[in-house]
Design a protein around this ligand. Structure first.
Ligand SMILES: Cc1cc2nc3c(=O)[nH]c(=O)nc-3n(C[C@H](O)[C@H](O)[C@H](O)COP(=O)(O)OP(=O)(O)OC[C@H]3O[C@@H](n4cnc5c(N)ncnc54)[C@H](O)[C@@H]3O)c2cc1C
Length: 394
């Protein structure tokens, strides 16, 4: 007897012929334009960080691929959410150096598309899509990370300007950015979520000081940024005064599938498998790699389902947090598994004994932060448990 049909349970997932053709176009582009990984020298890509190549950004810009879902009038392709997922997947798997424009695309562009003036859009969206403008995100402070609404940096109106004073921290690429997306307190007397505004700040403004923070893997990727009475023209405010918290929250509706991390981890495990094929290891090592690979495959499907939700106009909330949680813990666990599998050899960072130029040692150190950056694992669990599943706080 056939089991009764269960409407809504059956699922058939397949990329459309157009999506498959687009993936092939991306692969062809990469085959022709991907800069080779340097032999014997650690660049950002081998350190487990996002590579930076202004030249590669310009090549993407020539195809309107820097920010492909953005409107054509701002240099995008007017592409779909699924196209962006496919694009991010292939860029990440092939370790394409997209670091130069990445923050402009994923952080700064969305707020401008939703709330920017025509002038702001014309200037900044075009700077991003032309591959010539570099941006950073000025959110976290020494006393405000997960609880960002506690931020203390002030922006006080003075004539046609706001005068900004305070400090930000962990500002990735702050030392290379032309502009930063700043959140600052404009009404200290309002409840904490209600007195915040957002601005685009010229990083060359007098009074801005950027100091490097070198991470435990020895890379300079983030910074401290200090503001000493920095004048920001009022035209640089994005959206309404004191509505910045709500404006920033709305940008979470943009690409949030975490596909880049799943694809990057798949590549990491493929490479690790190639190294381990020459170094037979115990069953438990082989099984741990197999478990990680299984989670990669599950994660990819989760990312695709988030992409298709977004394509259907739905906002992934608990799903996006689940993908961030799963992907960042997976990435960290893959780094740990590699170090365990390679033993002492894997810990050598330099010299003739270093496996693949010491990438595994660096990668292990670089990925300790995977479960902190972009919202910690505990915060993702809070979102899934409370907003997602409606579990009351104890
Ligand atoms: C590699 C990297 C790059 C970054 N880049 C940027 C950037 O470009 N711009 C920017 O503005 N920021 C950036 N950050 C900062 C990042 O957003 C914060 O580090 C993150 O939000 C956590 O904040 P925090 O460091 O203040 O830790 P805290 O919020 O102080 O958290 C400390 C610990 O307490 C836990 N915790 C906090 N609140 C809760 C809670 N309610 N329930 C349960 N546990 C909780 C956390 O999970 C964590 O384990 C970056 C961070 C890293 C690591």
């Amino acid at each position: 007897m056939r089991p009764p049909s269960r409407p809504g349970i059956a699922m058939r997932f397949r990329f459309t012929p157009e999506q498959q053709a687009f993936r092939q176009e991306v692969l062809d582009f990469l085959a022709e334009n991907l800069p080779p990984e340097p032999e014997g020298k650690l660049d950002d890509r081998l350190r487990g960080e996002m590579g930076w190549s202004g030249e590669f950004s310009l090549k993407l810009a020539a195809k309107n691929w820097v920010a492909l879902p953005w409107p054509k009038e701002y240099g995008g392709l007017g592409g779909t959410a699924m196209q962006q997922v496919i694009f991010n997947e292939e860029m990440s798997y092939h370790r394409a150096p997209i670091g130069a424009h990445r923050r402009g695309v994923f952080y700064v562009g969305p707020i401008l598309i939703l709330y920017g003036t025509d002038e702001q859009k014309k200037k900044h969206l075009n700077a991003v899509t032309s591959g010539t403008g570099y941006y950073c995100q000025l959110f976290s402070e020494p006393g405000a990370g997960s609880d960002l609404a506690s931020l203390q940096t002030r922006a006080i109106r003075d004539g046609d300007d706001y005068v900004v004073s305070g400090q930000k921290i962990w500002t990735s690429d702050g030392h290379r950015a032309d502009y930063g997306w700043l959140v600052a307190r404009t009404d200290p007397d309002a409840p904490k979520h209600k007195g915040i505004s957002t601005f685009i700040l010229d990083m060359k403004s007098p009074g801005v000081t950027v100091r490097p923070l070198v991470n435990m893997a020895g890379s300079h990727s983030f910074n401290e940024v200090f503001f000493d009475n920095v004048r920001v023209p009022k035209e640089n405010m994005v959206g309404e005064e004191n509505r910045g918290w709500y404006h920033a929250a709305a940008t979470l509706d943009f690409e949030r599938s975490s596909i880049a991390v799943f694809a990057g981890t798949r590549r990491f495990l493929d490479d690790l498998a190639a190294v381990l094929r020459e170094r037979p290891r115990s069953n438990s090592v082989r099984h741990s790699i197999a478990d990680l690979y299984t989670t990669v495959l599950v994660g990819q499907m989760l990312s695709y389902s988030i992409g298709s939700m977004q394509e259907a106009g739905r906002v992934p909330n608990k799903e996006a947090s689940a993908a961030k949680l799963l992907s960042s813990e997976l990435r960290q666990n893959a780094s740990i598994a590699a170090i365990k599998a390679l033993g002492l050899e894997g810990q050598v960072e330099d010299g003739p004994g270093a496996v693949r130029y010491g990438r595994y040692a660096r990668d292990y150190l670089a990925n300790v932060s995977a479960t902190i950056a972009g919202g910690t694992s505990e915060i993702q669990r809070n979102v899934i448990a409370t907003r997602g599943l409606g579990l009351p706080r104890g």
